[in-house]
Ligand binder design. Structure first.
Ligand code: MTE
Ligand code: CO
Length: 426
């Protein structure tokens, strides 16, 4: 790491300490008080020469000092990288929007290369007029913009049997949150002549992708006509290849597997297809060995992203910002509580902005650290009154055979040195 990277936060902290001390007279002196800081007193090279011209990076990437803020995978998790998963570095991000370049990827048969001119979307089945749309056709329908989280049903799936992976990126990083631009699926279904007078409640759609896996899934008509979006942009720009370029389905609040990428067909059916992805996969095996299907909605969940194993406390006692993310597939987050003692006592965190339905909410607890160990937990509540369960509560209902839909409270054990570890409290 360069001197620049190390120097800047130190001097900023020194400034904060100085001003806080002046205001409250209570903050202990920091190391930066020892003597004059050359970063402040001397002219630095970046101030005495010229920077790069505007054409140096036509499409910008993060500065090299941020090169560790990247997607990572867990090698032993899958046999190869084609049908695999990598994880969003949530421990290093702030705010709520996930940049596409570090948003987790989950492919069943690899990310395909599909040009806009080769793109076709078919609507068939129980419609008056089966239709095929080109990409240019889609651009001519009225579009909407919405921010939504997409969470893989397998997020936190490795943690059922005990604390396993050491980092929020790995335990909770199968999630991203983007602003999507697209056409409501309802608009396209109506264009194909969905008989609105008929018994729509009994109907389903079967959606599939253009990749070899197709990732086919059945969705009840109520949801299809509700808030589903046929999206082509994310965070203001075209979808990245790995997120389904040029078109993906957005199924707000519901498990990521339904968010079909490279969307190529929507068939209106009179029942669910019972495809592989909704029978042998993405169902929840309960304690008695039976499996529960159609767990579509992602229940309220939260995690502290910092401090956490990959984001330890690197300063001494005193002011500490504890931060994390909360979300619910049922609606907006209404409150997040943080515990420093493994769930014995709780403090209500500050929401950076009012919770937004089916989108990530950032929370902060601006606190004082006494330098002692902590068992950090966060507990989300949503607008329906649902409270995120403990691991023990979830196991009572679900047993330990499950993989998917683990929304339990996470614990980080922060040691006096500031390092943190994934642990389980009973
Ligand atoms: N769609 C297609 N066509 N193929 C896939 O493999 N994976 C699904 C879903 N849509 C998949 C797909 C799963 S399991 C998840 S969690 C999300 O896409 C992940 O979306 P992302 O790769 O943009 O993060
Ligand atoms: Co998934």
């Amino acid at each position: 790491m360069s001197e620049f990277f190390k120097g800047k936060p130190t001097s900023r902290r020194a400034f904060l300490r100085g001003s806080a001390a002046a205001a409250a007279g209570a903050v202990t002196a920091g190391a930066a008080k020892a003597g004059p800081d050359p970063l402040i007193t001397e002219v630095q090279p970046w101030a005495s020469g010229l920077g790069e011209g505007v054409d140096a990076t036509p499409y910008g990437l993060p500065i090299e000092y941020e090169s560790d803020v990247v997607r990572r995978n867990v090698e032993w998790l899958t046999a190869d990288t084609i049908s695999s998963i990598n994880f969003t570095p949530i421990h290093a991000l702030d705010g709520t929007i996930t940049p596409q370049g570090c948003a987790f990827e989950r492919h069943h048969s690899g990310a395909i290369d599909l040009k806009k001119e080769d793109y076709r979307l078919m609507i068939n089945g129980l419609v008056d007029t089966p239709l095929v749309f080109t990409y240019a056709d889609l651009e001519r329908f009225p579009r909407e913009n919405h921010v939504y989280f997409c969470e893989c049903a397998a997020n936190t799936g490795m943690e059922w049997a005990g604390a396993q992976l050491n980092g929020a990126q790995f335990t909770h990083g199968m999630i991203h949150n983007m602003e999507y631009t697209g056409v409501p699926l309802r608009t396209l279904l109506e264009e194909a002549g969905l008989d609105a007078a008929g018994v729509l409640d009994d109907k389903w759609v079967y959606v599939e992708g253009a990749d070899a896996s197709s990732n086919g899934r059945s969705i009840p008509m109520g949801k299809a006509l509700g808030d589903c979006l046929v999206a082509f942009n994310a965070n203001g720009e075209a979808l990245r290849k790995e997120h389904g370029y040029p078109v993906r389905l957005v199924v707000p609040g519901w498990e990521g597997n339904l968010w079909v990428k490279w969307l190529r067909r929507v068939e209106v059916t009179d029942g669910p297809v019972e495809s592989r992805e909704e029978t042998s996969k993405y169902t929840d095996t309960l304690a008695d060995g039976t499996s529960r299907k159609w767990t579509w909605v992602m229940d309220a969940k939260s995690v502290i992203t910092s401090p956490s194993p990959q984001s330890p406390i690197t300063h001494g006692k005193g002011p500490l910002v504890i931060t994390g993310l909360a979300w619910s597939g049922h609606g907006a987050i209404s409150r997040v509580d943080v515990s420093k003692d493994g769930g014995k006592t709780w403090q209500t965190a500050r929401l950076a902005r009012e919770g937004e339905a089916k989108a990530l909410t950032r929370f902060y607890l601006d606190t004082e650290w006494d330098g002692e160990e902590m068992l950090l937990q966060s507990r989300a509540m949503d607008e329906t009154g649902y409270v995120q369960p403990t691991k023990a509560q979830l196991r009572e209902v679900r047993g330990e055979n499950s993989i998917y839909h683990n929304n339990c409270i996470q614990t980080w054990w922060v040691r006096p040195g500031g390092e943190a570890e994934n642990v389980e409290v009973s």
